[in-house]
Design a protein around this ligand. Structure first.
Ligand code: KIV
Length: 287
């Protein structure tokens, strides 16, 4: 019996309903077809094709150099694998900050060419005009405030945000401004839990936390972090649900050993040939 028989694709309305009904929203990043199949099979509500792919898939030091073409490539791959999850494509650095019209163009490309359902962008009140224009074009926008990795240089590192009363107030004002501009949800990254709680209570749209405590309407983690595949940066807020790196390394070493010992491929991995054809073939070699 197909367990997906009654499963429907998650929509923006389902996410709003979850907030109304106090049901947690689940979100994970994914960056390729196989990863998307796995996340979708786990019935995660939403998949973010995050620009974190620059770090975990491409080995970059930050998300800053990630391009639109790279985002499109990964969005398309995820969209081929995920049939049910609501898909969010990250707008990369400088694809939406230079001008509002460029932001609308690039957001549209993520939908038209990347096959995602919505876009995410970083920033607070300074993004209001941009959010309004993208939403007016019919493209749902998820906001992202707190630790905004594209501004790592301005922030002076990957640090918790909103720790002073004034900074916390600014975060709340930013969240309210983004909601007012039309964002359907807002990511809160590396924000003290009590601040995230207040923001979540004051907003009508869902908050999705990453390092923002238990009171957000949903939670997101990075694919490689939850699986123990990336250890260059290990933020306090990550919970590792599996430690796959040593298992994968062990599999690669076993394969290497088998090849060196000629234990692989065994007969079951090899193709045989009709005996008569083989004999004819061998005879042909003597001619
Ligand atoms: O790029 C990303 O993966 C993100 C999440 C950390 C929210 O923006």
């Amino acid at each position: 019996m197909d367990s997906n028989l009654n499963r429907k694709k998650v929509t923006i309305l389902d996410l709003a309903a979850k907030k109304r009904n106090s049901e947690p929203i689940t979100m994970l990043t994914a960056y390729d077809y196989t990863g998307a199949l796995l996340v979708d099979a786990a019935e995660i509500d939403t998949i973010l094709i995050g620009d974190s792919l620059g770090m975990v898939m491409m080995g970059l030091e930050s998300t800053v150099p990630v391009t639109m073409e790279e985002m499109l490539h990964h969005c398309r791959a995820v969209a081929r694998g995920a049939k049910y999850a609501y898909l969010i494509g990250d707008l990369p650095f400088l694809s939406y900050q230079v001008s509002v019209s460029e932001a609308v163009q690039n957001a549209g490309r993520l939908l038209k060419e990347g096959n995602v359902d919505s876009v995410k962008l970083e920033g607070g009140h300074e993004m209001v005009e941009t959010v309004r224009a993208i939403v007016a074009a019919g493209i749902p926008v998820m906001g992202h405030i707190g630790l905004t990795p594209q501004s790592v240089s301005k922030l002076g590192g990957y640090r918790t945000q909103g720790r002073t009363a004034a900074a916390a107030r600014q975060l709340l004002d930013d969240a309210l401004a983004l909601e007012e501009a039309g964002c359907y949800a807002i990511v809160l990254e590396a924000v003290p839990a009590p601040v995230a709680k207040v923001i979540t209570e004051r907003l009508k749209v869902p908050t999705i936390g990453i390092g923002a405590g238990p009171d957000c309407d949903g939670q997101v983690l990075v694919y490689h972090d939850i699986l123990g595949l990336y250890d260059k940066i290990q933020p306090k807020f990550v919970k590792q649900y599996a430690t796959l790196s040593p298992i994968i390394k062990e599999a690669f070493s076993s394969y290497r050993d088998d090849v060196l010992k000629r234990d692989f491929p065994a007969q079951e991995h090899s193709f045989s040939m009709n005996a008569e054809e083989l004999e004819t073939f061998q005879k042909s070699l003597e001619e």
